[in-house]
Design a protein around this ligand. Structure first.
Ligand code: GLP
Length: 261
């Protein structure tokens, strides 16, 4: 894992957007894994501007989102399909047929989860998985005790996650208690992982994710097992890291980041 600390949320978001843009430039038919949540809104806004002002091209890109609420149709403003259309897909030249989210309306969620994993495989796997970390330490909606080898499936959401995300619903009481999420195992199969974590409210869980022991109680600790994972954060989220100087030293000296410094 590499940890890149930028002073502000804007600078962290900009660096993450540059990583995505370079990936798309290098491989226009990139398979992107996408995340939702407040943190990602800034990233998608930046990618939309890059498309509009600099011609960032999504025409051949394929996307797979991490998760979707159970029981919400795509036109429900609380659904992640709605979120993705609103923040990204509706503003760039991506082919809607190439955008995928788990099916929260499936009659047989188990079969739908297996089909989602199979579809990712059919596309050659995810080249670059973007993700954030929830306050419970979840990646996707892999709440505490999610198996490290788990696959796409239905998970019950914790009270903490409900408290974190319910305000994003027009009527908070309408937030579902279940979601379909890529498994931790599914996520770890991506070729490369790019995490974006900002704000002091994430400082404690982020320090555990990066520096704590690997445990299914905090799914984000599984990212330590991935061979090519970069976590980008702002000073707020970095506040509880104990090895900050070391991460900064690596960033300053690793040639792969020369253009980003
Ligand atoms: C939701 C998503 C997660 C995301 C999290 C972060 O719970 N399922 O994939 O990491 O939000 O949320 P925020 O960026 O709003 O803190």
């Amino acid at each position: 894992m590499q940890v890149i600390i930028r002073e502000t949320k804007e600078a962290a978001t900009e660096l993450a957007a540059q990583v995505v843009a370079r990936q798309l430039a290098r491989k226009p038919n990139t398979v992107l894994g996408l995340a939702t949540g407040r943190t990602m809104e800034g990233l998608y806004a930046r990618l939309v501007r890059m498309h509009r002002d600099e011609g960032l091209d999504f025409s051949l890109a394929v996307t797979f989102n991490l998760d979707e609420y159970v029981g919400l149709p795509p036109d429900n403003p609380g659904s992640y399909r709605y979120y993705m259309n609103h923040h990204l897909f509706g503003h760039v030249n991506i082919d809607g047929r190439n955008t995928h989210l788990p099916d929260g309306m499936a009659a047989d969620p188990e079969a739908a989860g297996a089909a989602y994993d199979a579809l990712i495989k059919d596309h050659g796997g995810i080249d670059l998985q973007i993700l954030g970390i929830g306050k419970t330490g979840h990646i996707g909606f892999n709440e505490p005790l999610s198996a490290m080898f788990s696959r796409t499936r239905v998970k019950a959401l914790t009270p903490q996650t409900v408290a974190q995300n319910a305000p994003l619903f027009p009527r908070p009481e309408d937030m579902p208690r279940l979601a379909v999420t890529m498994g931790v195992g599914t996520i770890l199969e991506a070729d490369r992982i790019l995490g974006l974590v900002t704000g002091d409210s994430k400082a404690e869980v982020f320090a555990k994710a990066v520096e704590g022991p690997v445990t299914s109680m905090i799914s984000a600790t599984a990212l330590q097992l991935h061979a090519n994972c970069t976590m980008v954060c702002d000073a707020g989220a970095a506040d509880r890291l104990t090895q900050r100087d070391y991460y900064e030293w690596i960033f300053e000296n690793d040639p792969q980041w020369a253009d980003f410094r």
